[in-house]
Design a protein around this ligand. Sequence first.
Ligand code: GLA
Length: 387
Amino acid sequence: MNRSDAVLGFQQTFGRAPTVVTRAPGRVNLIGEHTDYNDGFVMPAAIGFATWTAMGPLADVDSRRLLRVFAGNKSEQVEIDLDHPGPPLQRHWSDYVRGIAVELERDGHRLAPGNAWFAGDVPDGAGVSSSAALEMSVGLALLTHSGIAVDPVKLALAGQRAEHHFAGTKCGIMDEFISSNGRAGHALLLDCRSLEFRLLPIPDSLRLVICDTGVKHELAGGEYNARRAQCEEGVEFLRTYVPGIRALRDVSPAQFAHSCGGLSDVVRRRCRHVVSEIARVADFADALESRDLARLGPLMHASHVSLRDDYEVSCEELDTLVELAGNAPGTVGARMTGGGFGGCTVNLVEASKTAAFQAVIEAGYAQATGHRPRVFVTEAAAGASVA
Ligand code: GLA
């Protein structure tokens, strides 16, 4: 998918050329899982799959402030009246479009009516943030089309609110933030409390390989919110030992080891994951910056084990993919990525060995599960941009 596809799609739908074209990528998280909503650190990278949006003025005269939005992948059109945008939680792709438009207006922007066409190649339902890519691409198009200057951080925050209010997912800030702020060739180390970030180059010799289990276990949404609640329960308890803490981010591994005795087994393990994962992100950043690639794999593996055993968000299919990667050619590191309960693993793989890596994963996974996994070889891409 590229700019010409978006221009052509818009033209075929609306009979004239667009005036604005944008793209925004999906993401993969290298390390720092389930830490964003604990005010912790994450290290995602934007990937080479994106959602493209083309926009232009309405062709007809209409007294309403109308967005006419065509989803190219689904060949489906909706109309959104910006003054009466309709209810949230319709369980439809238009929730994300309605959501980002409404949240941008809540930020004080007055959006211009228009026609919009979008489509993309971010794998759907695979846990690589196709929804964040959609929100960021459409959001950037709406602002640009309306002549409004774009603040990529505020755009990401509006996208996160769109998820909360219009899609019903109480996600953290990671997905929208990396989709709007990513840099080609770099991972982004984000402090999810201050939103300060640092871009860390990924060595040219490595590729990001994303392996999709092809499964999404039904309990994902409910379990996600349950994990958040367990973390909050942990903070309430730990506050008596570590006064003044606002989130698990404020507890060091040593403080946690000292004070976790009175927690229930489940909450203790949930908190242990978060506290240890935040420390792993710092180590991983240090290893990446000092080009000490041998340290990356063990940290990614420790992250996976902690997500599997303490946070309990992995599943058999993810564990199988990680295990297969451990014995595949070129693997530097492998772990589950994203919310869990299915979705993808992220693998750092030597560039010269990606084909051999892919072959081993495909054969092994097919043998273990009877299904062929989707394997995507990609590099860190740029965040949302006007194309
Ligand atoms: C989902 C959420 C993110 C983050 C991850 C887990 O992708 O959207 O905010 O919490 O899960 O790290």
